[in-house]
Design a protein around this ligand. Sequence first.
Ligand SMILES: CC(C)(COP(=O)(O)OP(=O)(O)OC[C@H]1O[C@@H](n2cnc3c(N)ncnc32)[C@H](O)[C@@H]1OP(=O)(O)O)[C@@H](O)C(=O)NCCC(=O)NCCS
Length: 220
Amino acid sequence: MNLDGTPYALMPMQLADVPTVSAVERSVFSLPWSTSAFTYDLTNNPNAEYLVVRYLPWMAPERAEGRLARSMRRLLKPPQQDPSLIGYGGLWMVLEEGHICTLAVRAAWRGRGLGELLLAGLIERARARGAEVMTLEVRVSNVTAQNLYLKYGFRVVGRRKGYYTDNREDALVMTTDSIVAPGYGALLATLTEQLHARLVKTPEAPASALKAPRAEDVAP
Ligand SMILES: CC(C)(COP(=O)(O)OP(=O)(O)OC[C@H]1O[C@@H](n2cnc3c(N)ncnc32)[C@H](O)[C@@H]1OP(=O)(O)O)[C@@H](O)C(=O)NCCC(=O)NCCS
């Protein structure tokens, strides 16, 4: 994924990211994953892969520039809340399927292409790992996420009744056609090119991310 000239970086999630990811998770989802679920996948699940999107101007300089020796970095406590981490997404490889297991962008940062960036990054990783199709579940009421998935070639193929245990809401099952077909590669190339142009255009942080404490900063 070309992010040259943008203030963003797409990176593999690290264990040190888990406290921030968990806080964002609690602020975003009514059925949040536990901290240990992320930790388990990062340490014990070779079929799982997670990405985070970072806003580079807000990264701690020693992390951004990689200037500290590894031994010194171990002495530094990872920040409980890393404001540079503005979204994350996850992929489970299940045989020839790449399953999007989670996707979230901090509320203040939505609507500027970052959900798309994470989804495209996960699809690229799934392709690199040999996936032939992508799958996911999404709440029937989550039209925003459904639109994002439709844009990337997902279509509704089924419905799981009462899938979400908090309100018994149904899940839509969405899948793509072959992601290794030339047509899909061309779609991905076009969409990521357009996305790059969009990300370059808006380099500044949203005003709402600068004021008012973020909900996730005060989450228990
Ligand atoms: C879903 C989510 C990840 C999208 O992230 P985002 O950064 O706001 O989305 P983007 O700016 O990348 O938008 C990409 C596409 O999503 C759709 N979309 C985004 N915001 C939308 C809105 N308010 N209404 C309708 N569609 C919308 C559009 O198709 C958009 O493409 P376009 O800009 O060409 O119209 C984000 O809203 C989020 O974190 N929601 C809460 C968690 C969640 O629902 N996760 C998905 C679980 S299945």
